[in-house]
Ligand binder design. Sequence first.
Ligand code: BGC
Length: 281
Amino acid sequence: MTSPSPADAARQRMPLPLLQGQKALVTGASSGIGRATAVELGQAGADVVVNYVAGREAAEDVVREIESFGVRAYAHEADVSREDQVVAMFARMVEEFGTVDVLVANAGLQRDAAAAEMTLDQWNKVLDVNLTGQFLCAREAVREFDRRGVVPEVSRAAGKIICMSSVHQIIPWSGHLNYAASKGGVLMLMQTLAQECAPRGIRVNAVAPGAIRTPINTSAWDTPEAEAELLKLIPYRRVGDPPDIATAVTLLASDLMDYVVGTTLYVDGGMTLFPGFATGG
Ligand code: BGC
């Protein structure tokens, strides 16, 4: 056994179960950022629904890990871009857990191609999952938050939505037109939803990861050469790990961040700081 890193040790020392008694849904939670987030929300005391679209085994693993913290969890298969499946997923959550306090709209994918080569299917798939999927899940969450209202013993807010965005909500990205457009859309979805729903006690925010070691971008870091190229884009000179994002989400979902509304928290090692200008311009 290696000893825990200082960050892991700090996480284990997190004072209170920040989300004690809350019910959280994480979409795309069977791998990568979604997985780490679902686990950390469970560690923070929430009961968690682990949404996945394929790979029941992996999702069940996540469930077991979450249950080891003494909270409840179950896996739910649903394609977030399908309205009927999203509606059914929220209905089941309300039936099993009684309500929804936290939505982490995380499910996302890439279908990369140069603009001139991009098919309509590639475009639609990315927009359907990354943007429409967030809309559908957010709509169902807001409906439930409005139905229940604030329960002060649980949280100061009627509900919290954390949209998983990307540095590419503001950094243009050649070869990834569909993805960058979807994340640019997430920025406005998040801000407009936050503006519209804040008066009802609903907090909507986003986390925008930079380069995080997950299956979505393996080729960007899995050889020393690729990693060296990638690090040129990261002033902090470290590729992120899923727990870096999970902790940001957990804090944003908690009442410690109760006055944070409509904000994007960039968790990117400085990728959005125009690193090319460090030596030029
Ligand atoms: C993308 C990754 C990429 C990162 C930084 C993310 O949103 O999904 O593939 O490595 O942005 O460019």
